[in-house]
Write a protein that binds this ligand. Structure first.
Ligand code: F0G
Length: 361
């Protein structure tokens, strides 16, 4: 049997582009290599070739696994016994899973009452110690920085540069699959680590001659949680897309760099636009994503509907290529997907006539 442990995760796939040593223990769940799905209906609607990078198909259901395999492996190499993170839910799920995989202890600090149930249950099931604070994500991240200051615990938020290193592999995969970088890359922005990581990945492969061009980077924030768009910290961020309910992003400068040097932009979408895009993507392309992820699709629609000064979409040539990252699986937050919609089964007796009548109704 030709079996090699960890022969499929992002560390093994892109080892030469990551800061590893021969001594780094690889803590992996075969993350990455997610599908880049061509989207016929989005392409038709936009007049561009649109692809969806479906990051919800990672082992814990979000893109966070890419960064977590790196952060956890490096923490173990450095001799850490405990990792800690603040989270809106996905980072904590990934940290808890990779910590259990690596035999480390994990503590997660979460904003009380603001974590989707599918994510909260992950932290518990994977065995993390869960602390819910009376505060928001930005408060939780401040506390995590304070907890990590004496070096007794390893921080695995994206302020840990190893997280960014792992997450940049998504750009590598896109270039490897398309044969070049897209014209435009759209993604949701919360703490801004991911847009920073994608841009780093695109630049690195471009510098190595693996792509002929660099994409414009276009980030979307939820309108009620849009510090980068408005250029100021939001003290009380609000949005139904709880994953990106962040008022003071840690990688703000990374996002600004990605946007400005790529000739891209940052824009906002409302909760209504986000939830409509979530439903549209599921019904029209068969892809169910969590609300934060649907910000990419809502953003793409906004670009088509009303080209604006900060939006580079009009400069994508007809037939040009757009990649939208959808960051987390829809099952993470089924409550929000159900809310405000009249999803209810048609009740019927257990006989053929009743079922036929129900189907015709
Ligand atoms: N989409 C999802 C599903 C997320 O969980 C996050 C961030 C983002 C987008 C934004 O990515 O922060 O790199 O700009 N979630 C973090 C968490 C904050 O704690 O799970 P970002």
């Amino acid at each position: 049997m030709n079996f090699q442990p960890h022969d499929r995760g992002v560390i093994s796939r892109y080892r030469e582009f990551l800061p590893l040593t021969p001594a780094t223990p690889v803590i992996s769940l075969n993350e990455g290599s997610t599908p880049l799905i061509y989207s016929p209906r989005l392409s038709e609607r936009t007049g561009r070739r649109v692809f969806i990078k479906y990051e919800g198909l990672n082992p814990t259901g979000s893109f966070k696994d890419r960064g977590m395999t790196m952060a956890m492996s490096k923490a173990a190499e450095d001799g850490a016994h405990t990792v800690v993170c603040a989270s809106t839910g996905n980072t904590s799920a990934a940290a808890a899973a990779y910590a259990s995989r690596g035999g480390l202890k994990c503590a997660v600090i979460l904003p009380a009452g603001k974590i989707a149930m599918g994510k909260l249950v992950q932290a518990f099931v994977y065995g993390a110690t869960v602390v819910a604070i009376r505060g928001n994500f930005d408060d939780a991240l401040r506390l995590v920085r304070e907890l990590g200051a004496d070096g007794s615990v390893a921080i695995v938020n994206s302020i840990n540069p190893h997280r960014i290193e792992g997450q940049k592999t998504a750009s590598f995969e896109i270039i490897d699959e398309l044969g070049d970088a897209p014209d435009l890359h759209i993604l949701p922005v919360g703490n801004a680590g991911n847009i920073t990581a994608y841009w780093k990945g695109y630049r690195e492969f471009h510098a190595l001659g693996r792509s002929t061009r660099l994409p414009r980077m276009l980030g979307f924030q939820a309108a009620g949680s849009a510090p980068i768009y408005f250029g100021q910290v939001v003290e009380k961020p609000e949005t139904a897309a709880s994953a990106i309910r962040i008022g003071n992003p840690a990688s703000w400068s990374g996002a600004t760099d990605a946007i400005t040097t790529s000739g891209g932009g940052i824009d906002i979408v409302t909760d209504e636009e986000i939830l409509a895009a979530q439903a549209w993507l599921a019904r029209n392309e068969g892809i169910f994503v969590e609300p934060a992820s649907a910000a990419s699709i809502a953003g793409l629609f906004k670009c088509v509907a009303s080209p604006c000064a900060t939006c580079p979409h009009p400069r994508v040539p007809e037939g040009g290529t757009i990649v939208c990252t959808v960051t987390g699986h829809g099952l993470k937050d089924s409550d929000t997907a159900m809310r405000g919609r009249n999803y209810a089964p048609i009740e019927a007796e257990a006989d053929l006539d009743s079922v036929r009548r129900a189907l015709e109704a």
